[in-house]
Design a protein. Sequence first.
Length: 141
Amino acid sequence: MPFSYQRTVHFQDTDAAGVVYFATVLAMCHEAYEASLDATGIDLKSFFQGQEMAVPIVHASVNFFAPMFCGDRLTIQLTPRQLRDSEFDVEYAIFKENQLDSALTAAKTRHVCIAISPTNRTRRKLSPTLMTWLQQWGDGV
């Protein structure tokens, strides 16, 4: 079951042509990602401080199908999927609010869980908390 996040496009999100700037789409997706973590009960402050582990984005892509304008109310749906014991991706679809039949934008981010130490950054298994998040919002594949 995908996670849904509501957001309004603000003037600061747009470029000189009056449409959402391409890099802003990834920022919007990251907002939805953070909201989904929070909805699962993950403490965002400790999660993003990265004292023992971090989950950096190692790849991102965005496809645009229709423009988004200042004032548009959006629904961002995200679906995470585990790829390996240390890696997952998140697929995002952005729709105009109440128009979930045709996406305006689709994006994907790939994340790798790493252990952080002063001398080493190596892959590590996803935490039980992240596994719960994957199960709650994932597609079950």
